[in-house]
Design a binder for this molecule. Structure first.
Ligand SMILES: Nc1nc2c(ncn2[C@@H]2O[C@H](COP(=O)(O)OP(=O)(O)O)[C@@H](O)[C@H]2O)c(=O)[nH]1
Ligand SMILES: [Mg+2]
Length: 190
């Protein structure tokens, strides 16, 4: 695992990359761990723990070479550290999202158990403006009942009609196969 908190420290672009983006505590590290099936990314109950971009090389089971990179980006939009975080956004998140040539797909995480937040909107607007390929990962779906899930997803779909949405739960594994399918598709067409 490699960490970088300045563009000059980003690992040289090589393998196709998938970025995990979203507010502090939305569940980025948990989605990474659930996709990989191992605890590689630190999860936390204290928002704002990830203060650099963490790059993970991902290998398929039985294959010797890594085939893609997961980039776990710092969360933002948490009041207590927002000053620090907005300087991070300007200092390395924004340059990363604008310049990273191997970035194949951005996963914009939202918490499906709460309504869309201002910071969710800011992120999605940023990705649209930056012309990045992205999809919404509506995580923590285990927190809503079966008949609450559909209206909750609809709320996001209405706000972000241009975006594809995958319902996910790092706890139950819901959405895992679908998200892997999307990731595979994005990296072969990258
Ligand atoms: N119920 C539930 N809790 C989750 C899920 N994903 C993450 N969490 C919890 O949300 C908190 C923040 O998760 P983390 O992955 O560290 O968020 P990050 O700051 O975006 O990386 C932790 O307490 C996790 O256990 C999920 O799918 N379901
Ligand atoms: Mg994290």
């Amino acid at each position: 695992m490699l960490s970088a908190s300045a563009p000059s420290h980003f690992p040289p672009p090589g393998l196709p990359e998938v970025a995990f983006l979203g507010r502090s505590n939305v569940g980025k590290s948990s989605v990474i761990n659930s996709l990989v099936g191992a605890k590689i990314a630190k999860t936390s109950n204290t928002p704002g723990r990830t203060q650099a971009i963490n790059f993970f090389e991902i290998r398929w089971p039985g294959k010797p070479e890594a085939e893609l990179i997961f980039a776990d980006l710092p969360g933002y939009g948490y009041a207590k550290i927002s000053r620090e975080v907005s300087s991070q956004w300007a200092g390395f998140i924004d340059p990363y999202l604008h310049q990273r040539s191997t970035l194949a797909l951005c996963l914009a995480l939202v918490d499906i158990s709460i309504p869309p937040q201002a910071s969710d909107r800011q992120l999605l607007e940023f990705l649209v403006k930056a012309q990045r390929k992205f999809l919404i990962v509506a995580t923590k779906s285990d927190r809503v009942s079966g008949n609450q899930l559909r209206p909750a997803l609809k709320k996001y779909a209405e706000e972000f009609p241009q975006a594809q949405i995958v319902a996910y739960s790092a706890r139950s594994g819901v959405g895992r196969d679908e998200l892997w399918k999307e990731i595979r598709q994005a990296i072969v067409s990258a």
